[in-house]
Write a protein that binds this ligand. Structure first.
Ligand SMILES: C[S@@+](CC[C@H](N)C(=O)[O-])C[C@H]1O[C@@H](n2cnc3c(N)ncnc32)[C@H](O)[C@@H]1O
Ligand SMILES: Nc1nc2[nH]cc(C(=O)O)c2c(=O)[nH]1
Ligand code: SF4
Ligand SMILES: [Mg+2]
Length: 245
């Protein structure tokens, strides 16, 4: 049996097309393939339904064919960008899925915290590395981050995206950017009212997020950090904590 036929990928949800709400591809029509399971437990994770194994019963082991059928149905067979997110999608064997999509003219972006590197990163079109700042409660393994860069090599466009809640997070983002001056950097104000895993209509404090956004803009401009881009989560502004958009 070919690699693609044997492969099973743990999927939490597939949805779209919507617009990419974050970072380097913001505004671009995108279909999302969200995998299930994560090696991190960020204190403020907004996607717990794809992280906590309590939600395992809602995840599905899917073949490349099954995933690809759904992606092509959602996109009407017209090539677009597929965003691979999670959870940590780097846990899953996504190489054969990327190969299938490339054959048909689709592009692939991956969102990961850069804790696990895979050789198929080299096949991506865009790699978004989102190491976690102190407020997350996680500790960054910079060796693992370097492995991700090594595995990616020259093909993918690579960007840093760092969530910022407070001054410590901001200092972390500045350090990361100093460490990797060649990576474009996107700062994203944290959503301090992320939804519980089973409640995507949970209340959201957009005013509070916008206060943090203005604070971040002031920080960047006052510091003369003119390479940083500050962007909100556009889908959160449009649809709050709603899932599948
Ligand atoms: C849900 S994660 C999934 C991919 C991968 N596990 C990661 O963290 O990069 C996708 C993006 O959402 C961001 N994110 C998660 N919770 C957030 C929150 N409460 N506010 C703002 N961004 C958040 C993450 O930092 C990451 O950049
Ligand atoms: N529209 C939209 N944009 C996104 N960018 C990153 C997302 C994610 O949860 O990984 C996401 C998402 O869930 N929806
Ligand atoms: S790494 Fe990403 S998916 Fe995993 S807990 Fe943190 S924000 Fe959530
Ligand atoms: Mg999200």
């Amino acid at each position: 049996m070919s690699e693609a036929r044997e492969t099973r990928i743990r999927v939490s949800e597939i949805f779209g097309p919507t617009i990419q709400g974050e970072g380097i591809l913001i505004g671009l029509p995108t279909v999302f393939v969200r995998t299930g399971g994560c090696d991190y437990r960020c204190s403020w994770c907004d996607t717990l339904h794809a992280v906590d194994s309590d939600n395992r019963d809602q995840w599905q082991q899917m073949s490349v064919d099954e995933i690809w059928q759904k992606v092509t149905r959602l996109s009407g067979g017209r090539p677009l960008t597929v965003s691979l997110s999670g959870g940590n999608p780097a846990i899953q064997p996504l190489g054969p899925l990327i190969a299938r999509g490339h054959d048909q003219g689709y592009s692939f972006a991956l969102e990961t915290q850069a804790s696990i590197a895979k050789e198929w990163f080299a096949e991506l079109d865009v790699l978004v590395l989102s190491p976690k700042p102190p407020s997350s409660g996680m500790v960054t393994d910079w060796d693992a981050f370097d492995d991700c860069l090594r595995q990616a090599g020259d093909r993918p466009q690579i960007a840093l995206k760092i969530v910022v809640f407070d001054d410590r997070d901001y200092a972390y983002a500045r350090d990361a950017s100093t460490r990797y001056p060649r990576l474009s950097i996107y700062l994203q104000p944290g959503n301090h009212t992320p939804p519980p895993p089973d409640q995507d209509d949970a209340m959201i404090d957009i005013d509070g997020i916008m206060d943090r956004m203005r604070w971040l803009v002031d920080k960047v401009t006052n510091d003369g950090w003119f390479e940083a881009r500050v962007l909100p989560q556009l889908h959160v502004l449009l649809w709050g904590n709603k899932r599948g958009v």
